[in-house]
Design a protein around this ligand. Structure first.
Ligand SMILES: NC(=O)c1ccc[n+]([C@@H]2O[C@H](COP(=O)([O-])OP(=O)(O)OC[C@H]3O[C@@H](n4cnc5c(N)ncnc54)[C@H](OP(=O)(O)O)[C@@H]3O)[C@@H](O)[C@H]2O)c1
Length: 232
């Protein structure tokens, strides 16, 4: 957001999660934001695998605000149904892989479908979604986690494609995928050994600062918590 604007309205999706909770708190503490709506599966019933709940949530936000300045999507999953990410292609399970795509790629695509129409047409408006560096194809040197990696790579393509389309009607929009770094949340608890770990509050501050520093010329990009662009 440009620093002089006030009365801003934000929606945080996945506000029940480690990073989402911290992002919502940081926005609420920011005097430029007049309203921050927290949406989540566990607290408000927005389930990424049930489009009707997304449509309803967007319709409710539209009824209340008309247009909005920021949608921050902090949803996502690594382990699902107690099953962690695969270490080898021998462990590929089609149902588990489909669920990864449903939550990490198709869900955010549906958020774009239903929330992008609420972004301002005539001034800056941001849609940011949490991807992961492991979704980068060019940066993949370790292998493993094939379903999560592939779903995040798909998410990155969805963001890029949607950004191009959204820019036609909203030339000041910024639609981006973000990598938060390794953040101390329930998602990372079993996998963060040997990695630098940020607290959720630190990650939220860094990610919001990255958004502040980007203008619409950077729409469709994939950025890390330090503002660096990540290769696809
Ligand atoms: N933590 C890290 O180190 C790290 C690193 C790289 C990328 N990321 C990405 O950052 C994002 C947030 O991660 P986190 O660490 O904050 O995880 P988290 O604490 O586990 O939070 C995950 C959030 O996703 C929501 N969610 C999961 N499935 C959903 C569904 N079907 N419908 C709606 N909401 C759903 C959860 O909602 P409920 O709890 O309400 O069900 C929760 O709000 C993810 O996309 C993750 O891939 C995290």
């Amino acid at each position: 957001m440009t620093s002089l604007e006030t009365g801003l309205k934000a929606v945080v999706v996945g506000a029940s999660g480690g990073i989402g909770l911290a992002v919502a708190a940081a926005l609420e503490a920011d005097r430029r934001y007049a309203s921050v709506i927290r949406l989540s599966r566990s607290q408000t019933g927005l389930d990424l695998v049930d489009e009707a709940t997304i449509r309803q949530a967007a319709s409710d936000v539209g009824d209340r605000f008309g247009t909005i300045d920021l949608v921050f999507d902090a949803t996502g999953a690594l382990a699902m149904d107690g099953q962690g990410p695969e270490k080898t292609i021998r462990a590929i399970d089609p149902a588990a892989m489909a669920k990864q795509f449903a939550v990490n790629a198709i869900g955010p695509a549906l958020l774009l479908k239903h929330f992008a129409p609420l972004l301002h047409r005539d001034r800056r408006a941001v849609f940011a979604t949490l991807s992961a560096r492991v979704g980068s194809i060019g940066d993949n040197r370790l292998g493993g986690w094939i379903s999560y990696r592939a779903a995040k790579a798909a998410l990155n393509q969805i963001v890029r494609t949607a950004a191009i389309e959204i820019a036609r009607s909203r030339p000041l929009s910024l639609v981006v995928a973000l990598h938060p770094g390794t953040v101390e949340t329930s998602l990372s608890a079993d996998f963060s050994r040997n990695h630098a770990v940020f607290s959720p509050a630190e990650a939220a501050a860094k990610l919001l600062a990255v958004l502040e520093g980007l203008d619409s010329s950077r729409t469709g990009g994939f950025f890390a918590y330090d503002g660096q662009s990540i290769e696809w």
